[in-house]
Design a protein around this ligand. Structure first.
Ligand SMILES: [Fe+2]
Ligand SMILES: [Fe+2]
Length: 241
């Protein structure tokens, strides 16, 4: 069962809750002239997601399929989407394109730098590389500049079958989740490096109005403050290992 909620104008959150992990997997569809999907999702979730996307647009008209870093929940079903939508193009960082995607995908990716502008019609985007944030050499985040939505992948991960959108501070739920992950088989989830704080500060300078979170509620409010505060959370959980 996929729950669908519009978290910002024309940005739809398609959420699948997995009780075994007490965790949501969220995918974001931008309904525009050239529809964009952020997070292709796990292969196992593809049938459910295709059905959910089909409630909003004709899935065959998808034009851009983007994600943060090369992992199954980010892009496992990429080729299924590319087969379904003949004009769809994978969109990721340049590192992602060169290191994994052009070999993995059935069509080559568009690797974006922050100087490149991607438009879907009414909305425009830039991809900011964020190596090893949340994790992965190829990681990046997508920022929709028109309305200020930051597609921030695993950043602000928190557990539970939570509300689609919240105004409540995500720092404490994220801190609890990071501690929990650090104590289990998925320890080391997000590394803390000399670059972490600076990259998060540069994302804060974008002043996002909405944070589109992959695992947990999307957030509307002081996105810049939360991004600055997140550096300390990542540092404490990683160094507390
Ligand atoms: Fe990830
Ligand atoms: Fe994830």
């Amino acid at each position: 069962m996929t729950s669908i909620h519009e978290i910002a104008p024309d940005v739809f959150r398609l959420s699948v809750y997995v009780p075994a992990f007490d965790m949501q997997f969220n995918h974001f569809l931008v309904r525009d002239e050239q529809p964009l999907l952020f997070h292709a999702g796990l292969k196992a979730m593809f049938p459910a997601l295709r059905e959910a996307v089909g409630q909003l647009i004709d899935p065959a008209t998808l034009r851009h399929i983007a994600w943060s870093h090369f992992e199954s929940d980010e892009c496992g079903a990429l080729n299924e989407w590319l087969q379904l939508a003949p004009n769809a193009e994978p969109v990721c960082t340049v590192v992602g394109k060169l290191v994994s995607v052009d070999d993995f995908a059935i069509r080559p990716a568009r690797g974006l730098t922050p100087d490149d502008v991607l438009t879907t019609g009414r909305y425009r985007y830039r991809f900011y590389p964020s190596p090893h944030i949340p994790h992965g050499w190829d990681a990046g985040v997508l920022f929709e500049e028109t309305r200020g939505t930051l597609f921030c992948s695993d950043l602000f991960h928190h557990f539970g079958d939570v509300a689609p959108v919240t105004n409540s501070d995500l720092i404490e739920p994220t801190r609890r989740a990071m501690r929990q992950l650090q104590q289990g088989p998925l320890a080391g989830y997000m590394p803390y490096t000399k670059q972490t704080e600076g990259v998060l500060r540069s994302l804060a300078a974008l002043k996002p109005k909405t944070l589109a979170v992959m695992h947990g509620s999307s957030y509307v409010g002081e996105g810049d403050r939360l991004l600055r505060d997140l550096a300390g959370v990542i540092r404490d959980s990683f160094e507390g290992a």
